[in-house]
Design a protein around this ligand. Structure first.
Ligand code: C2E
Ligand code: MG
Ligand code: MG
Length: 512
């Protein structure tokens, strides 16, 4: 060894310091070798080489980590996009729309412009799907999406909520601009679409809700939806702006629906029966069952105030089933008490939806059989407007009921637009003329001529007429004179509980 100990110690210390720096991650640190080229320098060179190598490995590792991180980020973005877009149309889906609405409501009303939500529902999409198939339906949805994207601004969000329901979130726009966008959406969907070899037309019902004060994102969508349903109810193909009154009406309806759901089970429904009489003799030939709802708080509710809701919500099927069972059972109870009551018929009202109930024919057949009642004792009353728009399914049901021997009656005749040729084609045997046609019968000669013509028209179609809503002896006499054989109305008897019917039959049977 030529060097002294002090110098070696300093060099060793330098080496140790260098190794410590390297170990601390300072990979660019290098230890200066001496000119001596001795064993310590050999170690220093070795450590420096190692540091160099480590630097390379570390840089390579960093590069790879960066690449992996970028890839992960891309996948995450793609996944997010996938989770938040509608696969068919590429539009935002419900999740993304909801996020954007939350952002918009959190932002308040910059520049005084509140966010607005439009909900659009296609009016005849089911028919397109049913007649042209689902791939044509998909093509229509894609085209609707494309058109909607052309009428909004870059800052707006167009979304598909599912099925044929779309939504647009408009932010930073004045009320006029929002209405303009809604109108443009409505307009662009009116134009025909070429789908394959077919030309397809569709329209949309559009509901708009402008954010009101502190309403939440969820309330904004709910209210736009309510406005859209209002647009549908008003005949579809319309734009409707939400108004708070609509919410009250919806809440009232859902309350009624919930209560009506349990009304039959809770024994709150009853049937009243109104006599149908032969005008010439005053003899009661049957009764019409009319449902009443005895509400524990609101008292007796008339059918006009709940049948509509029952029809809209599908509850009419349950209600109709109850009416059928209760009415036919009552028919049998009367027969047991008064076996001489032959040729006495029970009229039941049937709603359109009931005609499409798959088990209607079987239910009617079984109910009659269970009660030992003949089919000829039952008359089903179906409103004129239902028969006017009847579909194939309904036609078949009517034919089956008729083949069983059940009477079919067109109710509320004169409130729709039946023509004589149409009358002839209907699978019915009696026609009940609506009371509005005889209101001025005694005072208006024109009305008399009109009613007379209607009665002749019914007879020409080989159908039997009955007039409802007869309130005076004069009306009854005039109708009899015109050749009408049957009538119903307060003049002969109001709707009454089942127990009063037999008395009424006996009384009317007395010679007058
Ligand atoms: P509708 O079938 O045309 O029944 C005749 C309506 O006129 C009944 O009203 C009856 O009480 C009323 N009426 C009877 N005679 C007179 C009269 O002389 N003058 C006047 N102004 N009115 C008279 P109601 O009981 O309120 O029933 C209304 C409607 O509710 C019925 O009209 C029928 O469409 C429907 N409805 C009633 N019960 C049922 C049911 O069980 N099922 C279904 N689906 N609908 C029902
Ligand atoms: Mg009726
Ligand atoms: Mg009627």
């Amino acid at each position: 060894m030529t060097s002294d100990h002090g110098t070696d110690d300093a060099r060793l210390q330098q080496l140790v310091d260098g190794i410590v720096r390297l170990a601390a991650g300072e990979l660019s640190a290098r230890i200066e070798p001496s000119a001596q080229r001795d064993a310590i320098d050999a170690v220093i060179t070795g450590v420096n080489l190692l540091a160099e190598e480590l630097g390379h490995i570390y840089a390579d590792l960093e590069e790879r980590v960066a690449a992996r991180t970028a890839m992960l980020k891309r996948t995450q973005v793609e996944l997010e996009k996938l989770v938040k877009t509608d696969a068919l149309t590429g539009l935002a889906n419900r999740t993304l729309l909801s996020e954007r609405i939350h952002e918009a409501t959190d932002a308040g009303a910059p520049g005084g412009h509140v966010p607005a939500v439009l909900i659009l529902d296609l009016d005849s999409f089911k028919a397109i799907n049913d007649t042209l198939g689902h791939s044509a339906g998909d093509a229509v949805l894609v085209e609707v999406a494309r058109r909607l994207c052309t009428i909004v601004r870059a800052t707006d969000t167009v979304a598909r909520l599912g099925g044929d329901e779309f939504a647009v979130l408009v932010t930073g726009a004045s009320v006029e601009e929002v209405l303009l966008i809604a109108h443009r959406a409505w307009e662009c969907l009116q134009e025909s679409m070429d789908i394959g070899t077919e030309t397809v037309w569709t329209t949309a019902s559009i509901g708009i809700c402008l954010r009101n004060g502190s309403s939440t994102a969820e309330e904004l969508v709910r209210d736009a939806d309510i406005a859209m349903y209002q647009a549908k109810a008003q005949g579809r193909n319309k734009v409707q702006l939400f108004h708070p009154d609509m919410l009250d009406a919806v809440q009232e309806r859902s309350r009624v629906t919930a209560e009506l759901r349990s009304a039959a089970a809770d024994g709150q429904l009853t049937l009243l029966y109104q006599p149908v009489v032969a005008l010439a003799s005053g003899r009661v030939t049957g009764v019409e069952a009319l449902v009443r709802w005895h509400h524990p708080v609101h008292g007796t509710i008339m059918p006009d105030n709940f049948i509509g809701i029952a029809e809209e919500t599908g509850l009419i099927l349950e209600l109709g089933r109850w009416v059928l069972h209760e009415g036919v059972a009552q028919l049998q109870r009367w027969k047991e008490t008064a076996p001489d009551l032959t040729d006495f018929r029970l009229h039941l009202n049937l709603s359109a939806a009931e005609l499409l109930r798959s088990d209607l024919v079987d239910d009617v057949r079984e109910t009659l059989a269970e009660n030992g009642a003949e089919a000829g004792r039952l008359v089903l009353e179906i409103t004129e407007s239902v028969l006017m728009s009847r579909e194939t399914g309904e036609e078949q049901v009517l034919e089956k009921l008729r083949a069983m021997g059940i009477g079919l009656q067109i109710d509320d005749f004169g409130t729709g637009y039946s023509s004589i040729s149409y009358l002839r084609s209907l699978p019915a045997d009696t026609v009940k003329v609506d009371h509005t046609l005889i209101d001025n019968l005694e005072t208006d000669p024109q009305q008399r001529k009109f009613v007379s013509a209607i009665l002749q028209l019914i007879s020409a179609a080989e159908l039997e007429a009955i007039v409802e809503g007869i309130e005076t002896a004069g009306q009854a006499a005039q109708l009899l004179e015109m050749g009408c054989l049957y009538g119903q109305g307060y003049f002969f008897g109001r709707p009454v509980p089942a127990e009063e019917i037999l008395d009424l039959v006996r009384r009317q049977d007395q010679p007058r």
